[in-house]
Design a protein around this ligand. Structure first.
Ligand code: ADP
Ligand code: MG
Length: 320
């Protein structure tokens, strides 16, 4: 019997916190640390390993962008304003052209959000990049995975499935040509402004890093509720529709990760206000389902309701 990734984290690295200034520990998109009353520092860290999170030979500028973007996405999922980042990088060799492009990709995105790189670590070994991000959010407004309420609408920013299609394209598993899919996989745009616009407004929020079914599954579990998604409401871009029409896996958009959109819940009577908040900076957002009392995740499609397993990408899938 081998432990799943989340069971592993729960068994060995989750315990009640001792310090009064830890508002939220292991189990959400960021930890919330409260150095002074009412104000929290949101902290997150993510590692990208060559061959696991990105293909060998990935453009270094895009890689620099992505390893910061995935952390800013976790900040967005908490409704936080990112401020500081650190960069721990393990390199097989010090290649000046590679480093110059990587640094530009990383720092251009940092500049876009007014984030400063304030430290890190550099070592030699197989290519692997760890970024830690810290930001600010008020304790009252922070978005948690655990706040979804029965009857809430479930909303998704942007669209679904392009990053998954990008991976299929790079791995030569489909004949679809779609530059936008590869761009989404390699250059995701973190929804930092949307996250802050949702702070104090959405009831629960998570970013889609491991796949919608898996990440929404985490939100449902943390909130103690279930959900039904509506297939016709899923924002599937034309490349995804072509992929499905040509015999591609129609469940791929629900399962594939790396889109880095925000999935969140809001009481449906606040939908007009939600639209105004998101339109203010041009972020599209659609209702894709609703929260149910009955646990688990379901999908309504062709007038039938299918149970959806919450399996997305896991580094240590449970087995045995
Ligand atoms: P995300 O996909 O949002 O980055 P993860 O799925 O990686 O989140 O992690 C789930 C939760 O478990 C997060 O709160 C994360 O900080 C925590 N976590 C993951 N690995 C460890 C570890 N080795 N020790 C302590 N906490 C961990
Ligand atoms: Mg996350």
């Amino acid at each position: 019997m081998s432990l799943g990734e989340f069971e592993l984290i729960r068994r060995f690295f989750t315990r009640p916190t001792r310090r009064a200034d830890v508002q939220l520990g292991v189990g959400d998109d960021c930890a919330l640390l409260r150095p002074s009353p009412g104000k929290c520092v949101a902290m997150t860290v993510d590692t990208l390993v060559e061959g696991i999170h990105f293909l060998a030979g990935t453009d270094p500028g895009r890689l620099g962008h992505k390893c910061l973007a995935v952390n800013l996405s976790d900040q967005a999922a908490m409704g936080a304003a990112p401020a500081w980042v650190s960069l721990a990088i393990t390199l097989p060799q010090s290649d000046e052209a590679w480093l110059s492009a990587f640094a530009k990709g990383f720092l251009d995105l940092a500049d876009q959000y007014g984030v400063d790189l304030v430290g890190g670590d550099t070592t030699r070994g197989p290519l692997s990049i760890t970024v830690q991000a810290l930001g600010f959010v008020s304790e009252r407004d922070a978005l948690h995975r655990s706040g979804a309420k029965v009857g809430d609408g479930i909303y998704l920013t942007g669209d679904l499935g392009l990053a998954g299609l990008g991976l299929e394209i790079l791995q030569g598993r489909t004949s679809i040509v779609a530059k936008e899919a590869v761009d989404r996989l390699e250059m995701p745009q973190p929804r930092v402004q949307a996250g802050q616009a949702l702070a104090g407004f959405a009831n629960a929020c998570i970013d889609v890093s491991d796949g919608l079914s898996a990440d929404l599954g985490h939100l449902l579990e943390a909130s103690g509720v279930g959900a039904t998604l509506d297939w016709t409401a899923l924002p599937l871009p034309s490349a995804i529709r072509r992929y499905i029409a040509q015999g591609g896996d129609e469940w791929m958009p629900l399962r594939a990760g790396d889109d880095y959109e925000l999935c969140f819940t809001v009481s449906t009577d606040r939908e007009d206000e939600l639209a105004l908040r998101m339109e203010a900076f041009g972020c599209s957002c659609v209702r894709i389902g609703h929260i149910d009392r009955q646990g688990g995740l379901r999908l309504r499609k062709d007038r039938r309701v299918f149970p959806i397993s919450a399996s997305g990408f896991q580094h240590f899938p449970p087995c045995g």
